[in-house]
Design a protein around this ligand. Structure first.
Ligand code: FMN
Length: 335
C-alpha cells in the first residue's frame, strides 16, 4: 500500500482524503467528515476563498516577514490554530481514539508554537480527552457545546483546572442532533444568558459559530473575549454563505474590540493571508489537521502548521507585509 492508501485505510473510508478537501465527495456525511444536507455550506467556505484574488507586489522592503502574534495574552509563533474536532468514534469510525487524537493535535500545535482548541460531544470522554491533552502541555482552549448554563460553567471550571488558556462555546451546535439524540440538551443562548455565563467564567470566553454582525455585537456586549466566525465546517445548517463572505462585515463592527478567529475551508497559506486581509486576527484549521493527526500524530500536525506558516510567509513577501498586522484590505485585488 502507498502512503495515500494507508491513510485512507486509517480513515476507515470515512474521509476519502481528496487532494482538494472541498466537501464535494463527502456531501451529506454527518456524522462523518462532510457537510450537512447538500454539503453546500462546506463547499461555500472553499468557494468563497477561491473567488478572492491577491495584489502581488515585490517592490518594497519586506524581506523577512514575521508571523508571530499576541493573542489572548499568549505569544504565538503563528496565527494558525487548530480547530476543535470531536467524536472520533462517530465521525471517523474510530480510526484514532479520542485520547490519541486530542494528544496529537494539542501536542502538535504546541510544538509548532501555536495552540489547539478541543471539542465536546455526547460522551463525557470526548470532552475529557481534550482536557487531558491540555493538561499535558499546560495550554489549550476547550470548546463546550451550548448545554444548560450550569453544565457549561462546570466544564469551564474543569478546563481551568486543566491549565486551559481560554474556553469556548460552539453556539452553532444549538441544533446538533447527535447531542439531542443521546439525551443531552443543547440550544441557543440569549445575550443575557451569555452575559451571565461569561461573568462567572474563570477564563476568557470565545464564542464559536458567529455568521452575522448582529450575533457578533450581542456576543461583544455579553463580554466575550473572542469570536470564531464559523459555520462549523458546514456541518450544522445547509445553505449558509462561506465564512470569507461574512467576515468583512463582522470585522468592520468588532475588530479591535475582541479577538476574531475564522475557520472553514482554509487549506493554504494564501487562504490564511486572505482571511487575515478580510479582518481576522487568526485562523483555525479543521479537517486537514485531522488528516495529519491520523497520518502521523503530533509530528505531522506540527509539520502541517509549519508548512502553512511558511506558505503564509512567502505570501507576505509577495504582498509587502512584514508583520501580521500589515496584512489588510490593500492585499485584496479589487478592479
Ligand atoms: C468531524 C468534525 C467534528 C467536529 N467537532 C467539533 C466540535 O466538537 N466542536 C466544535 O466547535 N467544532 C467542531 N467541528 C467544526 C470545526 O471546529 C471547524 O469549525 C471546521 O471543521 C472548520 O472547517 P474545515 O474543516 O473546513 O477547516 C467539527 C468538524 C468536523 C469535520
Amino acid at each position: 500500500m502507498n502512503v495515500e492508501e494507508v491513510l485512507k485505510a486509517k480513515m476507515k473510508g470515512v474521509c476519502r482524503c481528496c487532494r482538494n478537501c472541498d466537501g464535494r465527495v463527502c456531501a451529506g456525511e454527518v456524522p462523518g467528515m462532510g457537510g450537512i444536507g447538500t454539503g453546500s455550506s462546506f463547499r461555500a467556505n472553499v468557494e468563497a476563498l477561491k473567488m478572492i484574488k491577491i495584489n502581488m507586489s515585490a517592490v518594497h522592503g519586506a524581506h523577512s516577514p514575521h508571523t508571530g502574534v499576541e493573542l489572548l495574552k499568549l505569544s504565538l509563533k503563528t496565527p494558525i490554530l487548530v480547530a476543535p474536532i470531536g467524536g472520533m468514534d462517530v465521525n471517523l469510525g474510530g480510526g484514532l481514539s479520542e485520547e490519541e487524537y486530542n494528544s496529537a493535535v494539542v501536542v502538535g500545535a504546541n510544538k509548532a508554537g501555536s495552540i489547539a482548541m478541543t471539542g465536546d460531544g455526547p460522551n463525557l470522554l470526548h470532552f475529557k480527552a481534550g482536557l487531558n491533552a491540555t493538561a499535558s502541555v499546560g495550554t489549550g482552549i476547550p470548546v463546550i457545546k451550548p448545554r444548560f448554563s450550569e453544565e457549561i460553567l462546570e466544564r469551564f471550571k474543569l478546563a481551568a483546572e486543566s491549565g486551559a488558556t481560554a474556553v469556548g462555546i460552539d453556539i452553532d451546535a444549538a441544533g446538533l442532533v447527535n447531542m439531542t439524540k443521546s439525551g443531552q440538551h443543547v440550544g441557543p443562548k440569549t445575550e443575557k444568558e451569555l452575559s451571565e455565563i461569561i461573568s462567572k467564567s474563570p477564563l476568557p470566553v470565545i464564542v464559536k459559530g458567529i455568521m452575522t454582525t448582529g450575533d457578533a455585537l450581542k456576543v461583544l456586549n455579553a463580554g466575550a473575549s473572542g469570536i470564531v466566525v464559523s459555520n462549523h465546517g458546514g456541518r450544522v445548517l445547509d445553505y449558509t454563505p462561506g465564512t470569507a463572505e461574512v467576515l468583512p462585515a463582522i470585522a468592520r463592527q468588532v475588530k479591535g474590540k475582541l479577538t476574531i478567529f475564522v475557520d472553514g475551508g482554509i487549506r493554504s497559506g494564501i487562504d490564511i493571508l486572505k482571511m487575515l486581509a478580510l479582518g481576522a486576527d487568526a485562523v483555525l484549521i479543521g479537517r486537514p489537521v485531522t488528516r495529519a493527526a491520523v497520518e502521523g500524530g503530533s509530528d505531522a500536525v506540527k509539520e502541517l502548521l509549519e508548512k502553512l506558516s511558511n506558505e503564509l510567509r512567502t505570501a507576505m513577501i509577495l504582498t509587502g507585509c512584514e508583520k501580521i498586522e500589515d496584512i489588510g484590505r490593500q492585499v485584496i485585488y479589487q478592479e
